[in-house]
Write a protein that binds this ligand. Structure first.
Ligand code: MN
Length: 242
């Protein structure tokens, strides 16, 4: 059986003099692609810009990766004074891509910005600046190393996520925005101890978004998410190519 092809979204960088003589780049942290490969997926990087939805005809799943804030115009809010960096070209690509992927029933795995993007794409909203809009005891922008455990996530037992990981999971946390109102078509299945939504999933198919960065975390619980996603992509590919 041929391996599943999985789209991986990317972001733009202005470039530095040391790299490409300051010319802009499309890039993604290597761990996303590496973790997919580790469990049998073939990653295909998708640059920001035009959504190019025809790519979905060739893909068996899409991974929406971390990155900038989502522009609040897409969830009918005025920009907060502490809104972070946004990228209109990336929003313009990923929002239609997420809607189309879900509509086609493609497996979708959405990480950090990805879960926020997925929620907005399907009609939900975000906190634009967690520290001011939802001050709490938990720092969701951890100062330590990216693979350090930062807070717990309590997982709904009757959920796809709950079938993959323990009822309480330790995760890393570096996000500026977060899910506020959950979109129709999604439901919350994981929460940090301060009540913030840390995971969403679809009502049907394999659609999962997590607010932490499992691609950076050691441990079977985090690997299990990639393994289950790639298995779902492989299952979709098999009948299509039969
Ligand atoms: Mn968090």
């Amino acid at each position: 059986m041929s391996r599943p092809l999985i789209g991986v979204t990317t972001q733009r960088h202005p470039g530095t003099e040391a790299v490409k003589r300051g010319r802009p780049l499309y890039y993604v942290s290597h761990e996303y692609a590496d973790r997919l490969r580790d469990v049998g997926g073939v990653p295909l990087l998708l640059p920001p810009g035009a959504p190019e939805l025809e790519v979905l005809e060739h893909l068996d799943g899409v991974l929406f990766t971390g990155g900038e804030d989502v522009a609040p115009v897409h969830f009918a809010q005025a920009p907060h004074p502490r809104l972070g960096t946004v990228d209109a070209a990336r929003d313009a690509q990923e929002l239609p891509l997420a809607r189309a992927a879900v509509a086609r029933g493609l497996p979708v795995f959405a990480i950090c910005r990805g879960v926020q993007l997925l929620n907005v794409a399907l009609g939900g909203s975000l906190y634009q600046d967690l520290p001011s809009e939802r001050p709490g005891a938990i720092a969701h922008d951890q100062p330590g190393a990216v693979d350090e455990e930062s807070h717990a996530v309590e997982v709904a037992s009757a959920s796809m996520l709950g079938s993959l990981v323990p009822a309480s999971l330790q995760v890393n946390s570096f996000h500026h925005q977060a899910v506020r109102d959950v979109a129709p078509g999604l439901r919350a299945v994981g929460w940090s101890p301060d009540g913030l939504i840390e995971a969403l999933e679809g009502h049907e198919g394999w659609v999962l978004g997590v607010q932490w960065h499992p691609e950076l975390m050691p441990g079977e619980s985090h690997t299990a998410l990639f393994r289950a996603f790639v298995a779902a992509c492989a299952a979709r590919r098999a009948p299509a190519r039969a």
